[in-house]
Design a protein around this ligand. Structure first.
Ligand code: IPD
Ligand code: CA
Ligand code: CA
Ligand code: CA
Length: 259
């Protein structure tokens, strides 16, 4: 299948501009909130509405594509052939519900398993991070300067709170070697920080829709995206991932303990 990555990028940016406009209104409205796997795993009527909207637009313009998405309106995708979109309609639902900021919406496009285009909107900041290896990286219309390959000792790291608190994988030793530790509660917001050099590493257990767009963008920025056991990333399963500058990821891999 041949695809025009510029055209896909432009479409995803326009789509996320519309999503951003609606979600900034929705953030002020009363939400209907349900729980999923546990009391902190939230889903709102707006997560579902946004996913239905994004998926129907993707299907309208790319009818041959398949969609992996969080809230159940996607396809059952069992292989990565052809054009595959990954959709996280609201990333950071807890922040959306409790704080009304620091949440994102993300779409990643892959072609025959290869990262193609990533697009992430920081909804309340109204900034869209987008692009890919072929077309370069942008915040809105501006080119992103590729962040420096800093070592752990020179940068802030973000680790999911449960992982850090339980010292899973010996991650506290990674944190201690860094400049400091931050927890933002939205993978999409953190990918924005990595792309603009504000943080040098993110470690979390991520589902395919949490990782897809950020992986495209961070790899295009020369960063490393690895699973904690250093196995190749499998985009059709959830896994613990480390994303960051090449120096930081290799230091982190020598510090974490997987058994
Ligand atoms: C969650 C956020 C959070 C990360 C979780 C994700 P959601 O996404 O990205 O930062 O630690 O693993 O599930 O559920 O709000 O889309
Ligand atoms: Ca969720
Ligand atoms: Ca998410
Ligand atoms: Ca979500």
């Amino acid at each position: 299948m041949t695809v025009d990555s510029k055209e896909i990028d432009k479409f995803l940016v326009e789509l996320l501009q519309n999503v951003g406009k609606s979600l900034r209104d929705d953030a002020l409205k009363k939400k209907s909130v349900d729980t999923k796997k546990n009391r902190n795993d939230l889903v709102t009527n707006f997560d579902k509405k946004t996913e239905r909207y994004i998926n129907s637009e993707l299907k309208r313009v790319f009818p041959e594509a398949t969609i992996v998405s969080e809230e159940g309106y996607g396809d059952l995708v069992t292989d990565m052939s052809g054009l595959v979109f990954f959709v996280d309609p609201i990333d950071g639902t807890m922040n959306f519900v409790k704080r009304g900021d620091d949440f994102a919406s993300m779409i990643g496009a892959y072609i025959d398993g290869e990262p193609l285009i990533g697009a992430i909107i920081d909804v309340m900041g109204n900034n869209i991070y987008h692009g890919g290896k072929e077309i370069g990286l942008f915040i809105n219309d501006e080119k992103i300067d590729i962040p420096r390959n800093l070592p752990l000792v020179e940068g802030l790291v973000d680790v999911s709170a449960p992982m850090a608190l339980a010292n899973k994988f010996n991650v506290q030793d990674v944190i201690k070697k860094s400049s400091g530790f931050r927890v933002y509660g939205s993978a999409g917001i953190i990918f924005g920080h990595l792309l603009t050099g504000k943080e040098v590493m993110y470690m979390s257990y991520l589902a395919p829709w949490d990782l897809a767009a950020g992986r495209v963008l961070c790899e295009a920025a020369g960063m490393s995206v690895v699973s904690i056991d250093d196995a190749p990333i499998n985009m059709l399963k959830s896994q613990v991932v480390i994303v960051g500058t090449q120096k930081v990821v290799s230091e982190a891999l020598t510090t974490v303990k997987t058994r």
